[in-house]
Design a protein around this ligand. Structure first.
Ligand SMILES: NC(=O)c1ccc[n+]([C@@H]2O[C@H](COP(=O)([O-])OP(=O)(O)OC[C@H]3O[C@@H](n4cnc5c(N)ncnc54)[C@H](OP(=O)(O)O)[C@@H]3O)[C@@H](O)[C@H]2O)c1
Length: 305
């Protein structure tokens, strides 16, 4: 099969499309014919550092942790899915014609494969951090770095739960944030005054998705460091804020909830751009530039809803 791999650590330019052995579903797993696979900034970090969670990544290695496709092999003990079912979920080496999933949910009819391939990471992250920061219906949440993949999911889930969301992005993306239900403002110097005008009664919690050194400013805005949480700034705990830097061990509930909310018409993931497998390196270059709106996705097969 065709797969994207790297044989040395570095930037996206080290990624190559190669002929690779097909993977097979182990116990509790399924294999899919991949139709779409989502790009995540953390893939690029693993590629560059050669490490993940303090362990070296053996070479050669594939890339990508989320995708959508059609089940074509079922591992021992799996009873909730059949060959031919369309699913989306978490796996490994997803930028390939075939990949193995460890967690999945049935893709709702009408949800395009390319969008579904970008669901898992943003859905798991958004549901985890909204629960962890503890913001409630009627309260106001500030989301710093709101126009990317995770922000797109956070805004929609928060709005669904009756939370008022102020989101930061550069000015050209303010209509995008409004379309998701957030009140937009720009990030950077002066944020405290701008948010003060938008929320005179104050904000109850803040999520930092940007990792751009804004934790002290977010703490000043919220007034309570424990109601500030970052997924991208490892210094957050040093300021008394929360850090959430690892996915839940079992993301099944988040995947099922995403499918349910898509069907209810309250959740979608706009795609900035899709790329064919051969252009995976270009997709990671665009991701590394740090200004993606929604998600970037690699597409592999003729797709239908
Ligand atoms: N800890 C975890 O569990 C976890 C899980 C998922 C992701 N992450 C991390 O969280 C971060 C966000 O992930 P993502 O997938 O949403 O990334 P993404 O889609 O690449 O996010 C890009 C967005 O960041 C915004 N941005 C860039 N510079 C900014 C700044 N200085 N202040 C505010 N916003 C800024 C951009 O808006 P403009 O174009 O308007 O600048 C853009 O829309 C990444 O660092 C990722 O690695 C962590």
């Amino acid at each position: 099969m065709k797969a994207v791999q790297f044989s040395q650590y570095g930037g996206p330019e080290v990624l190559r499309v190669v002929d690779a052995d097909e993977p097979h579903a182990g116990p509790g797993q399924v294999r899919i014919a991949v139709h779409a696979a989502g790009i995540n900034p953390s893939d690029g970090m693993k590629l560059r550092s050669g490490r993940w969670r303090d362990r070296p990544i053996p070479l050669p290695s594939g890339i990508g942790v989320e995708g959508a496709g059609v089940v074509d092999e079922i591992g021992d003990g799996v009873t909730n899915v059949s060959r031919g079912d369309a699913v989306f979920g978490y796996g490994s080496n997803m930028m390939a014609q075939y990949a193995v999933l460890t967690h999945w949910a049935r893709k709702p009819e009408g949800l395009p494969f390319d969008q579904a391939g970008g669901f898992p990471v943003v859905v798991e992250t958004a549901t985890r951090i909204l629960a962890q920061v503890g913001v409630k219906r009627g309260q106001t949440l500030l989301v710093n770095g709101a126009a990317g993949g995770v922000g797109t999911a956070v805004i929609q889930f928060a709005r669904y739960h009756g939370i008022i969301v102020i989101g930061t992005a550069s000015a050209p993306k303010h209509d995008y944030l409004r379309g998701l239900g957030a009140i937009p403002t720009t990030y950077g110097p002066g944020l405290i005054d701008r948010v003060g005008e938008l929320a005179p009664a104050g904000v109850n919690a803040a999520l930092d998705l940007a990792g751009a050194g804004d934790i002290p400013m977010l703490i000043q805005l919220v007034g309570d460091p424990s109601r500030v949480l970052s997924i991208a700034d490892f210094t957050a705990p040093q300021h008394g804020a929360q850090g959430s830097f690892a996915a839940q061990k079992n993301p099944q509930r988040a995947l099922d909830e995403a499918a349910r909310l898509y069907l209810a018409g309250v959740f979608r993931v706009p795609l900035e751009k899709t790329f064919p497998l051969e252009q995976t390196a270009q997709a990671y270059k665009l991701s590394a530039a740090g200004h993606v709106t929604g998600k970037l996705v690699i597409t592999l097969a003729t797709m239908s809803g």
